[in-house]
Design a protein. Structure first.
Length: 443
């Protein structure tokens, strides 16, 4: 109180409560709108219940159309056997014709290169829900390796592809099983009656599988017959496999021997440091390395059949490359090949051999003349900022452990190259980089 007996009031510097809660009020309004939308749909479903017989007739009529039947089923391998089922397109058609049904995919959050997504399906008449919440990494895989996507359209496509499979699972969890089985049987009857095996149909099959690098020879090897002798049943099986590849349910290697021959598209992948040095070792030993797959041999008469020497395992090639390395730069290039090896005890042994080789190359050779002054033996600091201290080394190690993405980890590694480190510190930073890179790749 002041001298007049009046109470002093201190104003909140962050504003009044009503102003601070304005954002929360907007969220509450949006939540209330979504609830009212669901309640309105449920009320409409009660006033207009579905006619199961009419809904089933509409589903069968749609499945009698060749365009839908062509994309209606997929097939994938599991445990040595084939499993087939309704595709995403068929599930969406059944949900639409079944009536009083709602489904979709929503992105609810986005952070650190990931999106939190929820897929849902709701039978408004039965008041039954099924939801699946999952994470989608902003990443696109290709034949030559994956890369992060940042464009909004690319992110949307990645989320849509991953969300479609969860959405289908939610729909099929609520639709009666006999409805799904009847739709699948109708699609099968439609395809068998519409398939006409001719040259144009065979060319269309080859063109369809060519987008995944599967050649006509690979298809014929799986079917154990020429495509000219294709039957409607086998043609239906190939369509299911194509739909499975299109939906991302399986990979070409699950069905075809894709490693037996090259797809013939684009330039061959450049040799890694390990492959290059392995070729040099083979040249020194007087033998020729194995020819790349898909490259025809020289025009020479065939030699008598002799037992071929089995190819060396990747681990053995890496070990020989480490033993032949003569510089720190060569060892640094080999490090990328070690990271690609599967995480087994053999890789741990190879990492120890690489570490020992690094320490051996860092040891100065035995002097044949009086040792030079210490100043002449000091590492060059040309192009570098300063000599790194142990405190700075520990700081960089902590930053590597806290890195959330591979790009951030590589940026920290580039920063560490601005310093001149002792052999022990340099080895510590390299080992920490490998460990953090493996952890991020496993996520």
């Amino acid at each position: 109180m002041n001298e007049d007996g009046k109470e002093l009031v201190v104003q909140n510097p962050y504003g009044q409560v009503a102003e601070a809660a304005q954002g929360g009020a907007m969220a509450a309004v949006e939540q209330q709108r979504a609830m009212m939308e669901v309640l309105a749909g449920m009320q409409f479903a009660r006033l207009n219940p579905r006619d199961n017989r009419r809904a089933m007739d509409l589903i069968l009529q749609d499945c009698a159309m060749p365009i839908l039947a062509d994309d209606a089923t997929y097939e994938y391998a599991r445990g040595g056997s084939s499993v087939d089922g309704p595709s995403i397109r068929l599930a969406e058609t059944i949900a639409m014709r079944w009536g009083n049904f709602s489904s979709g995919v929503k992105e609810i959050a986005r952070r650190d290169g990931y999106s939190e997504v929820v897929a849902f399906a709701c039978d408004l008449q039965a008041n039954t829900w099924d939801t699946k919440t999952f994470q989608v990494k902003h990443w696109r895989d290709t034949k030559k390796g994956g890369y992060a996507v940042h464009d909004e359209r690319d992110i949307y496509e990645v989320i849509a592809n991953s969300g479609a499979r969860r959405k289908r699972a939610c729909i099929l969890a609520l639709i009666p099983k006999d409805v799904i089985e009847a739709a699948l049987r109708q699609c099968d009857v439609t395809l068998r009656s519409k398939i006409e095996i001719d040259a144009a149909y065979v060319a269309k099959i080859v063109e369809t599988f060519d987008r995944w690098g599967v050649t006509q020879e690979m298809i014929e090897k799986r079917l154990q017959r020429k495509l000219d002798a294709l039957t409607p049943a086998l043609a239906l099986q190939l369509r299911k496999i194509a739909n499975s590849l299109k939906d991302g349910m399986s990979a070409p290697g699950d069905w075809f021997d894709v490693g037996a021959q090259s797809s013939g598209k684009g330039p061959e992948k450049s040799q890694s440091e390990t492959e290059r040095m392995a070729a040099e070792l083979a040249a020194k030993a007087g033998t020729k390395p194995d020819a790349p797959k898909g490259v025809p041999p020289d025009d020479k008469p065939p030699e008598p059949e002799t037992p071929k020497t089995p190819p060396k395992a990747a681990e053995q090639v890496v070990r020989e490359t480490i033993a032949a390395a003569g510089s720190q730069d060569a060892l640094q290039a080999i490090l990328a090949d070690i990271v690609k090896l599967p995480p087994t005890p053999i890789r741990a042994e190879i990492m120890q051999e690489w570490n020992a080789k690094v320490m051996a190359l860092q040891q100065p050779p035995a002097p044949s003349e009086p040792a030079k002054p210490a100043q002449a033996a000091a590492p060059s600091t040309k192009g570098r900022k300063e000599v790194g201290t142990q405190k700075e080394c520990d700081k960089i190690v902590k930053r590597m452990e806290a890195a959330k993405t591979r790009d951030a980890l590589d940026e920290i590694a580039d920063y560490s190259n601005l310093y001149v480190w002792s052999p022990l510190q340099d080895n510590t930073l390299k080992m920490k980089y490998v460990a953090c890179a493996e952890a991020l790749n496993a996520q």
